[in-house]
Write a protein that binds this ligand. Sequence first.
Ligand SMILES: [Zn+2]
Length: 226
Amino acid sequence: MSMPPPAPAPAPALLRTRRALAEALAFVLPVSCAGCGLPDVSLCDVCRSSLAPTPLRGDLDGVPVHSGLVFDDVAARVIRALKEDGRTGLARDLAPAFAAAAAASVPDVTLAPIPTSRASFRRRGYRVVELVARRAGLPTARLFRYVRQPRDQRGLDATDRRRNVEGSLAVTRVPTGRVVVVDDVMTTGATLSEAVRALRAVGVDVAGAVTIAATPRRADKDRRQR
Ligand SMILES: [Zn+2]
């Protein structure tokens, strides 16, 4: 008796097909507001208004971190819907928050996203922060690769997160000028820290970091520090 062969990774064409199919289905299947569940809208007006940027500033390894939203309530549900439910249309609704955070950061820099893991890209078919940055009209440059794939950060405390990502990133291309690291959500900052470390290791001048949102605990702490 022969075992069935393992399922191959989906080819890019298949990912495109899957994405196109998901977008087509969105027109015929019932949608509900990603923020509050109101039927028949992808995002209701009330929830959209609660995604108006509320820029936050934090500090990480000596560089400023700017975020456009506090990661709770509506913002958290919308970002999760974009990340986990394939609702790519929501990238447009998150773009103003990302743009505001980037505007508060340093101008004339290279925006370098934290890379999407191969597993996440295979699951989603898109890169979250790159998609939002594109909707915000901000070009990004892929400068990193994983030299080691960290395990899922969920459920890890700050110390374990830092240990989990330490030494996981390498810089594949050194740009001219300063770099700002970008990511979707800052939780403990462990991943951003690792990116800053990797850039500095090859002599890059890191000007800061920008995220769509930051977790409230982090935001509160930063507010107190101001
Ligand atoms: Zn709503």
